[in-house]
Ligand binder design. Structure first.
Ligand SMILES: [Cu+2]
Length: 138
């Protein structure tokens, strides 16, 4: 009885270790930054994100620039989210949005600071017409 319990505890510990190892591996593979798209900038100024809503294509690089003298963060929850961590005044954070979707983010220090990055789905709002990918290669 006691041995069975100990074995179960051991198996549980191994499972937890495996999960932790996999989680740390997953966060380690960051998407490769593509320099083909000009970076977009979100200014953090006067306790606000500007623009509050930013539409970008998939793969776009967005730079969050803290132009206040106080510290801010830019963070979106969720598995595909992002987190700048603490950004002191004058600091900046660069992130590549490799997946389409809507990213509602905010500042950890100032709950009134909120912004949205819309990745990919904004083709209709874009002034440049959408060109479908060429059908060759299949
Ligand atoms: Cu803030």
């Amino acid at each position: 009885m006691r041995n069975t319990l100990r074995a179960a505890a051991l198996i549980g510990a191994i499972a937890v270790l495996a999960l932790v190892a996999r989680a740390s591996f997953a966060t380690a593979d960051e998407p490769a930054a593509s320099s083909s798209t000009a970076p977009y900038v979100v200014h953090m100024k006067n306790y606000a994100f500007n623009p509050a809503t930013l539409n970008v294509p998939v793969g776009a690089t967005v730079i969050f620039k803290n132009e206040d003298t106080v510290a801010h963060t830019a963070a979106a929850p969720g598995k595909n989210g992002f987190d700048s961590g603490n950004l002191d005044g004058g600091g900046q954070f660069k992130y590549v949005f490799a997946k389409a979707g809507r990213y509602d983010y905010g500042c950890a220090y100032h709950p009134n600071m909120k912004g949205t990055i819309v990745v990919g789905a904004a083709a209709a709002a874009s002034p440049t017409p959408f060109t479908p990918p060429s059908p060759s290669g299949y």
